[in-house]
Design a protein around this ligand. Structure first.
Ligand code: GLC
Ligand code: CA
Length: 557
């Protein structure tokens, strides 16, 4: 598989196309490092760990939302898009952090949440106060209810976090929220909303931000013409650009306007869409005329299985190439059970209709998260092998804080300590995403395992110290050492965005070559595989004269 000729050459780190094969490390600010011992991670905490980030060898960080928020959805309920939550820091702390990251050669992406604001955003408070028919209500989706006294919601639509997608205000009107009730959907048909976000992009780009991760990018545009469809009609509607609430064609115009803003900077600001869409629809988001890149969640949702990895890799490479983009590979983020646990669970991970159930916590968590039912060692072995495979693919790699420590999902969070709205709204079918958001362990011991001098806003389990940075530092067999070596070698070896499959003679062994003499062999099976010729530069696990099962090696020739 090869891409356009101009992408077969090396893209230098200073080029406008730096993002094409960048390694981006996601920081969930509230859970990374806590400077002032209040149990909540902050900008100064991140700044105090810059040497760690630099030594890891990443190209950029993506900061999940740090804006003022009531934390109804972990910060994805934004009260002010142009400020910093006082618990996380100040705008001046932000500037200091960006400067320090830049000084270490690390670029900065931030999360932008355009589909919905917080219900405590000034606009929403104004809309509630101003009453039905007011211009303030036009910034959101307010409608009268149905039924004799309007006491039934306008439609039977469901929120993605469970429960109804409409909530009633005291004057009797209802507002739409695709997610939690504290996250009213903004009305993107209103030019004022569009202008406000263009200004917000400029606000942050002017402060030196290098790019944006666009939350729920496929949801902004909605056809709200009456009569509104039912939930069953929404589900039956084709997802072809004409769906009333999902992945509509007019998003292209919205993101083309964003692109004009991005390209007014030098180098152009970048963006990556979080868009849950069919691969045929990815170009709308990933083209150079719109956001430029879109996440590919296929590996994250799929099994640890050679066949599906190979199919997904081919599909994603061709879709990205057709978009004029590169693939963004992902195995972990703040929304999904950590891959070291996911790959160790005996549960199938699919519901009766074949739909993946691991997302947002999975069937093992739902069944109680009993550690006895999970093979953590195997999960970690597979996770290391899968990560080494991912890091050898053409395109950019998104890593999530803590995966470099081989962290397992934290299942043992008491109900009373949980924070995720998907737990509260959807209790019967998901446990929520708190288990991958537990503050990082930096030290073997201490009140919050080195996260800070105080506690931790989500409880850390007793086994956390074992996975700490301190416990792994200096251990060449540690997962931290593996990530550091892999990222350093990737810098040396990575050239053009080209991958050529090599026959392995076995269905459960994937083998491919990259330019520059880089060769990758990944044994997904149980049987050992003969070691290929060449200089072995990295392995995801110990070798035994052969390549053992669930192990990946990199070779150089
Ligand atoms: C995205 C975020 C997720 C959030 C949701 C609503 O999916 O990744 O964390 O809950 O959008 O903003
Ligand atoms: Ca703090």
């Amino acid at each position: 598989m090869s891409l356009a000729p101009d992408h077969e050459t090396v893209v230098s780190a200073t080029s406008a196309e730096w993002w094409r094969q960048a390694v981006v490390y996601q920081i969930y600010p509230r859970s990374f490092a806590d400077d002032n011992a209040d149990g909540i991670g902050d900008f100064r905490g991140i700044a105090s760990r810059i040497d760690y980030l630099a030594a890891l060898g990443i190209d950029a960080v993506w900061l999940s939302p740090f804006y003022p928020s009531d934390l109804a959805d972990g910060g994805y309920d934004v009260i002010d898009y142009r400020d910093v939550d006082p618990r996380i820091g100040t705008l001046s702390d932000f500037d200091t952090l960006v400067d320090a990251l830049h000084a270490h050669g690390i670029r900065v992406l931030i999360d932008i949440v355009p589909n919905h604001s917080s219900n405590r955003h000034r606009w929403f408070l104004d809309a509630v106060a101003a009453g039905p028919g007011s211009p303030a209500r036009e910034r959101y989706h307010f409608y009268d209810g149905t039924g004799p006294d309007g006491s039934e919601p306008p439609t039977d639509w469901r929120s993605l976090f469970g429960g109804p997608a409409w909530t009633r205000v005291s004057d009797g009107q209802w507002y739409l929220h695709t997610f939690a009730a504290e996250q009213p959907d903004l009305n993107w048909a209103n030019p004022e909303v569009r202008e406000y976000f263009l200004g917000t992009l400029r606000f942050w780009a002017d402060r030196g931000v290098d790019g944006f991760r666009v939350d729920a990018a496929h949801m902004l545009a909605k056809d709200m013409s009456r009569p509104l469809p039912t939930q069953a009609e929404l589900e039956a509607h084709p997802f072809d650009g004409t769906h009333p609430t999902w992945d509509r064609d007019e998003l292209r115009d919205i993101y083309a306007e964003w692109r004009t803003v991005f390209n007014s900077y030098d180098p152009p600001r970048t963006a990556v869409a979080e868009a849950a869409v069919h691969s045929s629809r990815v170009p709308l988001y990933a083209s150079p005329q719109t956001l430029g890149q879109s996440f590919f969640f296929d590996l994250q949702l799929g099994d640890y299985d050679a066949d599906s990895f190979r199919r997904i890799i081919d599909d994603c490479l061709s879709v990205a190439a057709a978009s004029g983009s590169s693939v963004t590979w992902v195995l972990n983020n703040h929304d999904t059970i950590r891959h070291a646990s996911r790959y160790g669970t005996p549960f199938p991970g699919y519901g009766p209709g074949g739909e993946p159930t691991r997302k947002h916590g999975g069937d093992w968590l739902l069944a109680g998260g009993d550690p006895v039912l999970i093979d953590a060692a195997r999960g970690l072995r597979r996770a290391r092998a899968a990560t080494m495979l991912l890091l050898a693919l053409p395109g950019s790699a998104y890593l999530y804080q803590g995966e470099e420590l081989g962290l397992q999902e934290v299942a043992e969070i008491p109900d009373a300590a949980r924070q995720d709205p998907s737990f509260f709204r959807n209790r019967a079918i998901e446990v929520g995403r708190d288990g991958c958001r537990v503050p990082l362990p930096w030290a073997r011991t201490g009140p919050s395992y080195g996260f800070g001098a105080g506690g931790s806003h989500l409880p850390q389990p007793l086994w956390f110290g074992h996975y700490s940075v301190e416990a792994q530092e200096g251990d060449p067999a540690s997962t931290l050492a593996l990530y550091r070596s892999a990222l350093a070698l990737r810098r040396e070896l990575q050239t053009g965005e080209v991958l050529e499959w090599a026959p392995s003679g076995r269905d459960d062994v994937l083998s491919f070559r990259r330019p520059n003499g880089w060769r990758v062999v990944s044994n997904f099976g149980a049987e050992p595989y003969p070691l290929p010729a060449g200089e072995i530069v990295l392995t995801s696990g110990p070798l035994t004269g052969t390549l053992p099962g669930e192990t990946t090696i990199w070779l150089r020739s």
